[in-house]
Design a protein around this ligand. Structure first.
Ligand code: B4P
Length: 184
């Protein structure tokens, strides 16, 4: 049976959001991007958005409690069908909390896709996108935060036999085909 509870992991700019959006729409999965959800809170001017805005602009991680509350409420209300988590978890605390939540819901992760790309290409893609948090200094800091806090999740999911790596260089369609090949 095709895998339908998925997690996308990788450095900022690897194309997680780009691939996750397309895959979720092809397969009818719930696409849960913590980055998009946080930006929506900022745009709506909520108290939560105000708390997140400055942290995101610095390229740091928003508090675990805040992100976990967002993810929990979305997953609890999604009783049937698959999902794709994009940009979450971002550190070990989030990964462990996610593990407990998914145990509780009886919906274990089936596959973690690690998107790999070198720093020069990451920088080029993010500078090309030009979002508020996409300037050279903030990007360098985000890469550092990724290496320190998020990269340990590679070993965490590899030890659990869930991780598959994909080369994230090339065209969007080529990368989509590499990911599709892992799902069968
Ligand atoms: P995110 O929104 O998750 O964004 P990202 O990691 O920077 O980008 P992504 O990898 O999704 O790249 P994309 O497809 O957009 O995080 C932003 C911030 O939110 C974080 O710094 C943090 O503050 C906060 N946050 C989010 N989740 C959190 C959590 N769980 N805990 C705490 N804080 C959290 O692609 C990038 C660019 O490349 C685009 O312009 C795209 O068009 C282009 N591109 C994609 N694929 C390409 C290809 N094949 N070739 C050429 N260009 C390509």
């Amino acid at each position: 049976m095709t895998k339908q509870r998925l997690l996308f992991l990788g450095p900022p700019g690897a194309g997680k959001g780009t691939q996750a959006q397309q895959l979720a729409s092809r397969r009818g999965l719930l696409h849960l991007s913590t980055g998009d959800l946080l930006r929506a809170e900022v745009a709506a001017g909520t108290a939560l958005g105000a708390e997140a805005q400055a942290v995101m602009a610095r390229g740091e991680l928003v508090s675990d409690a805040l992100v976990l509350a967002i993810v929990r409420s979305r997953l609890e209300h999604h009783s049937s069908g698959g999902w794709l988590l994009d940009g979450f978890p971002r550190n070990l605390t989030q990964a462990e909390a996610l593990g407990s939540l998914l145990n509780e819901l009886g919906q274990p992760i089936e596959l973690v896709v690690l998107m790999e790309l070198d720093d020069a290409l990451l920088m080029q893609r993010l500078l090309g996108r030009g979002r508020d948090d996409d300037n050279a200094d903030v990007i360098r800091h985000r890469l550092e935060v990724y290496r320190q806090q998020t990269a340990p999740l590679i070993a965490y999911y590899r030890e659990r036999g869930l991780l598959e790596a994909v080369d994230a260089a090339g065209s969007v369609d080529d990368i989509a085909a590499r990911i599709e090949a892992l799902l069968a």
